[in-house]
Design a protein around this ligand. Structure first.
Ligand code: UDP
Length: 238
């Protein structure tokens, strides 16, 4: 497998073509951004930590029968993935109220949500990723109704697997964002799963361990990401 030209550089990852038209290389950079790119910093070791974190989680999800684009780790900061035709939507499940839900609905942070909520956001930086609903996705042609239904089903299935995994490490999976795409007609989990795209609290102290440490200037961001990883069995030195 040969890495070829850069296809796209996002806020934290870059994507490269390979000599196989069905495969791409994801490069996890140290860049960290929040508030639609208004706060940007380089955090030492972040690319390595998120790459290994994502590889571990994607492998767990695959073992649980959730199709993902992840193929294999290539280096500390790179992995090989399948090329998906991405749906331009973000699927968010919340087990506990935090972040934009609290701002939008005036709900107190920490309120348990039973059953967990499912929300959709349009991936559009210029518009600030507005919240949308399932009928918008279908009417604007962002995805077919049955593909969206599958993405929703898989998003809940991920909750089942990961809530348990993080609970075993003494953490609460508060919420998370997933992105899906199509590979040869099948709905497949794409993008990444790392502490950048989810909220995790210590189950006892309710300390924030995820990217909210960066958003809220709480410090020790990458130390905390590594702590989350170690608690679920990731060896970052491997
Ligand atoms: N999220 C993300 N990318 C985004 C927006 C949200 O990964 O562009 C994640 C975020 O980290 C959290 C969940 O989705 O785990 C819900 O985010 P929320 O809607 O509360 O928005 P925020 O408060 O992060 O702006």
């Amino acid at each position: 497998m040969e890495k070829r030209q850069e296809l796209y550089a996002g806020k934290a990852k870059s994507v490269f073509r390979t000599d196989d038209p069905d495969k791409m290389v994801l490069v996890f950079r140290d860049d960290t951004s929040a508030f639609d790119g208004k706060k940007i910093e380089q955090l030492d070791r972040k690319g390595m930590v998120n790459n290994k974190f994502n590889a571990f989680i994607m492998t767990k999800l695959q073992e649980a029968g959730i199709p993902t684009h992840f193929e294999k780790l290539l280096s500390d900061t790179e992995c090989l993935v399948k090329c998906l035709d991405m749906m331009p939507v973000e699927c968010v499940v919340r087990n506990v109220a935090a972040g934009s839900l609290c701002r939008r609905l005036g709900v107190e942070e920490g309120t348990t949500l039973t059953p967990p909520t499912f929300e959709l956001f349009l991936k559009n930086d210029e518009l600030g990723d507005p919240m949308i609903n399932e009928s918008h996705v279908e009417s604007f042609g962002w995805a077919k109704a049955d593909d969206l239904a599958k993405a929703k089903e898989l998003t809940y299935k991920v909750n089942h697997v990961l809530k348990e995994l993080f609970a075993q490490g003494g953490m609460i999976l508060v919420d998370y964002k997933l992105e899906f795409g199509l590979f040869k007609g099948e709905v497949v989990l794409g993008d990444e799963f790392s502490p950048d795209g989810c909220r995790l609290w210590d189950a006892e102290t309710k300390e924030k361990l995820d990217k909210d440490r960066f958003r809220q200037g709480l410090g020790n961001v990458i130390e905390s990401y590594e702590d989350i990883g170690r608690r679920i069995g990731i060896d970052f030195d491997a």
